[in-house]
Design a protein around this ligand. Structure first.
Ligand SMILES: Nc1ncnc2c1ncn2[C@@H]1O[C@H](COP(=O)(O)OP(=O)(O)OP(=O)(O)O)[C@@H](O)[C@H]1O
Length: 348
């Protein structure tokens, strides 16, 4: 254990609902081992929104799926992911914290839906086309809250109203194909919220929607999160959304967290060259009128990532040490950590 290795969980005042420590999720494929998540450490506190950002393929979705223990079902490609190490400490509203990696399948089924819920980019793939949406919202309520059919239906109507669906008494009997993409995502949110989870994981929930609807869904998520005091993990590659929605941001690069901290600090004072490069290549982050600078090079091959800092082949600040040794997450500010030997140079 390296002494400088710190987890963002150490920050004072934040009560973690989820603490992921040194998580490793690997896929054993015919071509070799894809270490999709390889030493991820991050935390999210009760009532807080954490955005996980990074380029496509950096391991954001696999991190969320590992928390939900849905690796076999939802991941793309053929191989089934396996957790090879680390821990996922989850603290429900009451009771003792549990390590989600170790709990039984039956206990995980109870936690999923009741305590932690997840919504995906494409609601159509999660909704069942042959059942009315009301039934699909009522089902988790009946399972987890043990209420009768009539009461569950009424709760479904109330939830539809809460997520902004007009005429919910009629719409409760609609089938998914009768709704627009934005409405289907609202239904997914209603299903996710049905049992009042303490943590919601939203994996690029607005990517498939047009811009106006995207903004409405983001506002809806923000309102529901505030009203219910739940924690939200928001997976995105859109830094503009991060500023709008997140308290904390975790930046992921090639299967690892390279920086985590308060969104305001990370966006204004990035302490990892990758975060800085991401900001420089988005219209928002680069500042009004600034030239957009693409990040040189490409994400490393997941089957054969570079030694040392994963970002060093693309980094203008890299020195010999960066190619030889993997830096640990180091404290770079209040509640702010970065995985870089050269963060001081970046700061100055
Ligand atoms: N079933 C699978 N078999 C093999 N490799 C997989 C599988 N699922 C994911 N991967 C690999 O794991 C890595 C991380 O994927 P992940 O979907 O988590 O990335 P991401 O950051 O969420 O990207 P995106 O923004 O495109 O969703 C990628 O290299 C991906 O190809």
């Amino acid at each position: 254990m390296l002494s400088a290795d710190v987890s963002p969980k150490a920050a004072a005042g934040r009560r973690p609902v989820l603490e992921i420590d040194d998580l490793k999720t690997w896929f054993h494929t015919d071509a070799g081992i894809v270490k999709a998540v390889n030493g991820v450490t991050l935390s999210v506190a009760h009532g807080e929104t954490l955005a996980i950002v990074g380029e496509s393929g950096s391991g954001k979705s696999v991190t969320g799926l590992t928390v939900m223990r849905l690796l076999g079902r939802q991941s793309s490609g053929g191989a089934r992911g396996r957790v090879e190490g680390g821990s996922i400490r989850f603290q429900a509203r009451d009771g003792e914290p549990v390590d989600l990696i170790g709990v039984s399948d039956a206990e995980m089924a109870r936690i999923r839906g009741r305590d932690i819920a997840m919504i995906f980019q494409d609601p159509m793939s999660s909704l069942n086309p042959v059942f009315p949406i009301g039934d699909q919202i009522a089902e988790p309520i009946r399972i987890h809250k043990r209420v009768d059919r009539r009461k569950a239906r009424q709760m479904a109507v109330d939830l539809l109203r809460d997520v902004g669906i007009t005429d919910p008494d009629r719409r409760v009997d609609a089938f998914p194909h009768q709704l627009s993409g934005g409405m289907r995502q609202r239904v997914m949110i209603a299903i996710a919220l049905a049992c009042d989870p303490v943590l919601l994981i939203a994996d690029e929930p607005t990517t498939a929607l047009d811009v106006t609807i995207q903004a409405q869904i983001i506002m809806l998520l923000k309102r529901l999160q505030r009203e219910r005091g739940m924690a939200l993990i928001f997976v995105t590659h859109d830094l503009k959304l991060v500023e709008e929605i997140a308290d904390q941001v975790a930046v992921m690069y090639a299967s690892q967290i390279v920086e985590q901290g308060p969104a305001s600090a990370v966006l204004a004072h990035p302490r990892h060259p990758y975060t800085k490069a991401l900001l420089a290549c988005t219209p928002h982050g680069a500042g009004h009128g600034a030239r957009l600078v693409p990040i040189p090079g490409v994400l490393p091959n997941p089957l054969d990532p570079p030694a040392g800092c994963r970002f060093h082949p693309r980094c203008s600040l890299a020195v010999a040490e960066c190619a030889a040794t993997l830096p640990v997450l180091e404290t770079v500010g209040a509640d702010h950590v970065a995985r870089c030997f050269r963060w001081r140079e970046l700061a100055s």
